[in-house]
Design a protein around this ligand. Structure first.
Ligand SMILES: [Zn+2]
Length: 411
């Protein structure tokens, strides 16, 4: 391998020092905190030490640029985020930034100048922990960050994200200036730990991501008639929970057999009213989460679910009201970038699994302006918790694939 496992390990352990006091339970690095500022300064120093030209954009995303033989060409970008959740592991986010830095150091070691410029990026406020909104920096790059909405997003002290930005000199003008033109970045690759256990099950260290899944969410209220459980004959009931049960099982069937291969549907919460043993349920509220990597399949499942609301409502003579609380679009990887990553993995002979991402990432927004691809690292203990762990050997192998893919895309 050309990449250095030791350098990657040192960097990740070094960045992990920048944390609020968690009493030994992982690391916590929320935006606008002293530890966040210190970490930003540390990565800037590291970028500069690797010979990168450092600049920031309007919202504060940090970029390190390595010039290509053709400075006029749009760059290949490698990036991720350095902010964390509360009591996080050390890999979610930093692994992707450190990998970009390591790619640059290897190119320096080998005295390779690529045709296209390379940029390593750190996108701000990827985690929704502090202000309830994810991928803030990358949304701004994609031009889909609503400035007015930032006034409504508040941290636990009641400070809005808009005010926090203003304190740091980021106004509407700066956020608008963060937007990049489509095609101004040639390609974007994000390396990230996998946040489920597909790679563990497959016994593979590296995942090549075909698409990033997205959700449609419903809040459904089934209104029947609350009545005495002893005195209401079975034939005369309008039991909201029985109707809800039919809906729940119907969603399971639709997701499993009547939509796409990757469709998943979940009813994760049910509230029953009045919720007493001796009362036929009068109302049931359901939270439905439907996900897919294919928009057409997800839309098809959503249509069937809505038809199910209607048929169950009619049959059982209950009212079924629904609200669509989210309807996001899945993002496929660019065939060109995924192709380069696949060829790279074969070339460097690293065992890998072709898979999709169930979780959202900055890459989904970068796809608005660049050809996008992602590389996953096998991770133990899940993520967003102190037990999150990737073997440094696995991080190095994923970085080797990233290096080879970068060489292919930048020449
Ligand atoms: Zn992350």
């Amino acid at each position: 391998m050309r990449v250095s496992k030791q350098r990657i390990e040192e960097d990740l352990k070094y960045l992990a020092q920048f944390s609020a006091d968690t009493g030994g339970k992982g690391i916590t690095r929320l935006p606008f905190t002293p530890e966040d500022r210190a970490c930003r300064e540390a990565i800037i120093k590291k970028f500069k030490a690797a010979g990168l030209h450092v600049y920031t954009d309007g919202i504060g995303n940090i970029y390190g640029r390595r010039e290509g033989k053709r400075p006029d060409l749009p760059p290949v970008m490698i990036g991720s985020h350095l902010d964390t959740v509360i009591n996080a592991g050390i890999f979610d986010g930093p692994a992707g930034v450190v990998a970009g830095l390591e790619v640059v150091r290897v190119l320096n070691d080998l005295s390779i100048q690529t045709e296209r410029p390379l940029e390593v990026a750190n996108f701000v406020i990827e985690e929704s922990t502090a202000f309830g909104k994810s991928c803030v920096g990358s949304r701004a790059v994609a031009g889909v960050l609503d400035y007015d909405e930032l006034a409504r997003l508040k941290d636990k002290n009641g400070r809005s994200l808009q005010d926090a930005f203003k304190e740091h000199g980021v106004t509407k003008k700066e956020i608008e200036a963060t937007r990049r033109e489509k095609g101004s970045i040639d390609s974007y690759i994000e390396m990230h730990i996998e946040q489920s256990d597909n790679l563990i099950k497959a016994g593979k260290p590296v995942g090549l991501v075909t698409a990033i899944a997205a959700a449609t969410r419903f809040q459904v209220t089934v209104k029947g008639q609350a009545s005495h459980s002893g005195a209401t004959p079975m034939g005369e009931r309008k039991d909201a929970l029985c109707a809800a049960a039919e809906i729940i099982l119907g969603i399971e069937k639709i997701a499993a057999a009547e939509a796409g291969n990757e469709t998943v549907g979940t009813v994760g919460n049910v509230t029953v009213k009045p919720g007493a043993i001796n009362v036929v349920p009068g109302e049931a509220v359901l939270a439905i989460d439907l996900r897919d990597i294919d928009k057409a399949d997800k839309d098809k499942a959503a249509e069937k679910i809505i038809a199910l609301f209607e048929s169950v409502g009619k049959e059982r003579e209950v009212q079924v009201e629904y609200l669509i609380t989210a309807s996001d679009t899945p993002v496929p990887a660019s065939p060109r970038v995924l192709g380069a990553i696949k060829n790279a993995a074969r070339e460097v002979d690293i065992p890998h699994l072709v898979m999709h991402s169930a979780a959202a990432h900055d890459a989904a927004y970068l796809a608005e302006v660049a050809d996008m691809g992602m590389i996953f690292i096998r991770s133990y203990g899940g993520s967003h918790n102190p037990d999150e762990w990737a073997e440094f050997e696995d991080v190095a192998m994923a970085t080797e694939v990233l290096l080879e893919a970068t060489l292919r895309l930048s020449s």
